[in-house]
Design a protein around this ligand. Structure first.
Ligand SMILES: [Zn+2]
Length: 358
């Protein structure tokens, strides 16, 4: 394939795997590569919105300096230096910032890489018996225990890919990441589709066998004037944090961190109770942020600095609820550790993405 065909193919794949079945908001990323160039999804874009000219072209030799460079161990200094190497690897004449997962795409062997966070796969990755189930259902897969995203994840995956390749005589095409999602890599779009088909079919069979529905039950909405009254209370209690408000009937809201994207878009913990100013303030004192999800007797509200952010928070809260429902097939939910959650809460690059999505 020439450059034009490669970019056309990865654009088609991005649209195909950019639906809500696979990804929410600006989550997930895709790439294609030749021996010397990696074209990767820019930070702050959505898979569904990508066009061939949107991808950021990166010099792979420059990017690979990350693997040999002495990198500071302290998180902030490390992320700063990694950002510099990544910026230097962006080929001239482009403004976009590459996805923070760009180095990981470079590490994977195939011409094409499609990374997404399907709820039906996260029902396994966020489950207590997820690793055992992964080994049984997908013996060809590489399971990646949870690790902070960005540089740390990239280097960890690189080491595991080298070990896997030495052990199996070929690099992995399917990577399943604990409390995160899935990476698939192959040299043709047909292979990418085939691997995804197999994964989705396998997990759906497990849910069917366990008698678990793959849709989230949501109660009917309350009457519009009732919703409007509670929304006004929320605006009053949250002031500038609730410029945008989205509403849904009741569902089983999750109380805890499931994956980096769930934290970025909806925060780890919802506010539950009477949304008065003092109660909201108490929540803010405890967690260090204003709630993005508010659970009331009449239903669930997403709140945010814009309508888009509020709607996205609610969407992620529903996705989290579905994921937890599905984890019942694999021993029940396993939340992220506090330290891992705090890393995401303080992660500059991800907040950059959340800003871009505003
Ligand atoms: Zn991801």
């Amino acid at each position: 394939m020439n450059r034009t065909e490669l970019l056309k193919t990865i654009t088609d794949l991005s649209h195909e795997f950019g639906t809500t079945e696979y990804v929410r908001g600006g989550g997930g990323n895709t790439s294609c590569k030749t021996a010397d160039t990696l074209w990767v999804k820019p930070s702050g874009t959505t898979l569904a919105g990508l066009q061939p000219e949107t991808f950021v072209a990166m010099d792979r030799a420059a990017l690979q300096k990350l693997y040999t460079l002495a990198i500071p161990t302290e998180a902030a200094a490390r992320e700063e230096q990694v950002k510099e190497v990544m910026a230097a690897a962006v080929k001239p004449g482009q403004n976009a910032r590459p996805s923070v997962e760009a180095p990981l795409h470079d590490v994977l062997h195939g011409t094409f890489v499609v990374h997404v966070h399907p709820a039906e796969v996260n029902g396994l990755t966020c489950a207590r018996d997820g690793r055992a189930a992964c080994l049984k259902l997908f013996p060809e897969a590489l399971w990646i225990p949870y690790i902070d995203p960005g540089y740390t994840l990239c280097m960890d995956v690189r080491r595991r890919v080298l070990d896997f390749t030495a052990q199996h005589g070929q690099p992995p095409s399917l990577l399943i990441l604990e409390n995160h999602g899935i990476f698939v890599t192959a040299d043709t779009p047909a292979e990418i589709r085939l691997i995804y088909r197999r994964v989705m079919d396998e997990v759906r069979n497990e849910y069917a066998a366990a008698g678990i529905a793959t849709v989230l039950p949501v109660a009917p909405p309350a009457l519009p004037d009732v919703v409007a009254r509670v929304a006004d209370e929320l605006r009053d209690a949250l002031s500038s944090h609730a410029t945008g408000i989205a509403y849904s009937g009741r569902f089983a809201v999750v109380n805890g961190p499931l994956s980096p994207d769930h934290i970025v878009y909806a925060k780890s913990f919802p506010f539950v109770g009477e949304p008065t100013r003092p109660n909201i303030e108490a929540f803010r004192q405890k967690h260090g942020y204003a709630p993005m999800i508010v659970v009331t007797p009449i239903g669930v509200f997403g709140v945010g600095a814009s309508q888009k952010k509020a709607a996205l928070a609610l969407e992620l809260a529903q996705d989290a609820a579905l994921v937890v429902q599905l984890t019942a097939a694999f021993g029940g939910v396993q939340f992220m550790a506090d330290r891992a959650r705090e890393f995401i809460e303080h992660w500059e690059v991800e907040s950059y993405r959340a800003k871009q999505m505003a």
